[in-house]
Design a protein around this ligand. Structure first.
Ligand code: C2E
Ligand code: MG
Ligand code: MG
Ligand code: MG
Length: 282
């Protein structure tokens, strides 16, 4: 948007340039307010909400869920993560958000376990959060405080975690894996991929990005890509989850090629965690 404004400014002279400056100032002020509101929401633990989206196996049985955070803004309403996670990463607020999400998620898992349900819970962890010096200690404390079983906790990380200090990231993953925590590579295929590191990471699964699922089964390139990811994952002893499964035809294609788990609107939209909880009661 700024680029377009700049272009127009050059195009039509001084008046537009003044508008552009006003727009910039408005944008800066808006960002400032937005950041301030987010900081309040994180510090006062008001406004963040946890949604859950079920994950199913090839028979359609729910094997767990992914935790997806939202922010209920007092004025703007429910804000999706794509609109505040980048700002949270930039400002460091992601550390507080990530802690809250992990703690809430582990509380729920502990409750499921008390009810006799061994459901897996996948939690997104952003690079900055993962790189905190005391990340391992924080996870250990959250597990101890909540009584959640690490075996049922999957941390979803992205390939971009390996752009910097990859060896350090892998050894940190190993320490967490020794505690029983599982790892999944989220949005697999969209980031910086190092096959060399892929085999060194203690992974449970790869998660195929929804952009590769969208045009299945018709798009031959996506079909070939999916088949390649599935066979590579299976050679490496990893399971595969497909995200963004919206149609029966997509599901059939993936299942017939050995994809183990599925997540998408075909099965369930993300639901407020309390509603999700009710949906799995017998
Ligand atoms: P993601 O981890 O790849 O999550 C999958 C996204 O796809 C979710 O969007 C989900 O609602 C959406 N989705 C699920 N099924 C379908 C489908 O069938 N079709 C389509 N079109 N979309 C589907 P959401 O909830 O808006 O989250 C977006 C991203 O925000 C997540 O992508 C993740 O990267 C990030 N995020 C969400 N919660 C957290 C969190 O607690 N911490 C961090 N660090 N990031 C988070
Ligand atoms: Mg995810
Ligand atoms: Mg994903
Ligand atoms: Mg994704």
């Amino acid at each position: 948007e700024a680029d377009i404004a700049m272009y127009r400014a050059k195009d039509s002279g001084r008046n537009t340039l003044i508008f552009f400056e006003q727009d910039m100032q408005a944008a800066i002020a808006e960002r400032y307010v937005f950041e301030h509101d987010l900081r309040n929401a994180v510090q006062q633990e008001t406004g963040l909400e946890l949604f859950m989206q079920g994950q199913v196996d090839a028979a359609g049985a729910v094997i767990g869920a992914e935790a997806l955070v939202r922010w209920r803004h007092p004025v703007r309403g429910l804000i999706p993560p794509a609109e505040f996670i980048p700002l949270a990463e930039e400002t460091g607020l992601i550390v507080g958000i990530g802690d809250w999400v992990l703690r809430e998620s582990c509380r729920l898992m502990a409750r499921w376990r008390e009810a006799g349900k061994d459901l897996n819970l996948a939690v997104n962890v952003s690079p900055r959060q993962f790189r905190q010096d005391d990340f391992i200690a924080r996870i250990r404390k959250i597990l101890a405080d909540t009584g959640a079983d690490p075996k049922f906790l999957t941390l979803e990380i992205t390939e971009n975690l390996l752009i910097e200090r990859a060896a350090e990231a892998v050894s940190r993953m190993q320490a967490l894996a020794e505690m029983g925590v599982r790892f999944s590579i989220d949005d697999f295929g969209t980031g910086y991929s190092s096959l060399a590191y892929l085999k060194r990471m203690p992974l449970k699964e790869l998660k195929i990005d929804k952009s590769f699922v969208r045009d299945l089964p018709g798009d031959p390139n996506d079909a070939a890509l999916i088949e390649t990811i599935l066979s590579m994952a299976h050679y490496l002893g990893l399971e595969v989850v497909a995200e963004g499964v919206e149609t029966k035809a997509q599901f059939d294609f993936l299942a017939s090629r050995g994809c183990e788990y599925f997540q998408g609107y075909l099965f369930q939209k993300p639901l407020p965690s309390a509603v999700w909880q009710d949906s799995i009661e017998p």
